[in-house]
Design a protein around this ligand. Structure first.
Ligand code: NI
Length: 174
C-alpha cells in the first residue's frame, strides 16, 4: 500500500475519459484501490477517482466519518464504486462549495443534482445500489465527473464564486 502522487489541474490525464474495469477482484485492482484509500486518507480527502493517481479506469472511492477539510459535512458511507452510473431522482438542484485534491487550496460553488440514485460494483463485482442526497450525492457526482475528464471548475455556477480558501474565508464567502 502506497500513498500515490495526486495529479493536479493541467495534467492532461485528468482530462481523459476512463475505461470500464473488466476484471474484478484481481490483485492489481485490489492493490490500486488500497493505494487510492491510502492516498485519500493521507490528503484527508472526501473522495478520490482513479484518474487522479494516473489510472484511467472507472473506479472511485469516497466516504468519511469526520473530515477537517469539510468540518460541516455530514458523514458519508465509506464506499468503493467501480463502473458507476447514476440518475437524478427529480429536477431539484443544490449549490455547494467544492474542493478537489487535484485543485489544492481552492474552492468553488457548484450546482449539483440534489437527489440521485447510483449504482456500481464493489471490488469483487458485487452490485451496490443506493439513493443519496446532500453531501453524499455531491461527492458522488464530483468523483463521477473525474471519470469523464471533468473537474469542478468546469461547472462553476459563477466565476466569481471561485478562489483560494483563505481569501474566500477572509471575504466571508466560506
Ligand atoms: Ni476531485
Amino acid at each position: 500500500m502506497t500513498v500515490r502522487q495526486v495529479l493536479r489541474l493541467g495534467d492532461p490525464r485528468l482530462r481523459q475519459t476512463s475505461r470500464d474495469v473488466t476484471n474484478f477482484g484481481t490483485p492489481e485492482l485490489l492493490a490500486m484501490i488500497a493505494d487510492m484509500q491510502d492516498t485519500m486518507a493521507a490528503c484527508e480527502g472526501a473522495g478520490l477517482a482513479a484518474p487522479q493517481i494516473g489510472v484511467m479506469r472507472r473506479v472511485m472511492i469516497f466516504g468519511f466519518e469526520k473530515l477537517s477539510r469539510y468540518p460541516d459535512a455530514e458523514p458519508v458511507p465509506e464506499t468503493t464504486l467501480i463502473n458507476p452510473q447514476f440518475q437524478a431522482l427529480d429536477d431539484h438542484y443544490e449549490s455547494g462549495w467544492e474542493g478537489c485534491l487535484s485543485v489544492p487550496g481552492m474552492r468553488g460553488l457548484v450546482r449539483r443534482h440534489a437527489r440521485i440514485r447510483y449504482r456500481g460494483f464493489d471490488p469483487h463485482g458485487k452490485l451496490i445500489e443506493r439513493e443519496a442526497d446532500g453531501f453524499h450525492a455531491r461527492v458522488f457526482q464530483h468523483e463521477y465527473d473525474h471519470l469523464d475528464g471533468v473537474l469542478y471548475p468546469d461547472r462553476l455556477e459563477d466565476p466569481l464564486k471561485f478562489g483560494f480558501i483563505e481569501e474566500l474565508q477572509a471575504a466571508g464567502e466560506l
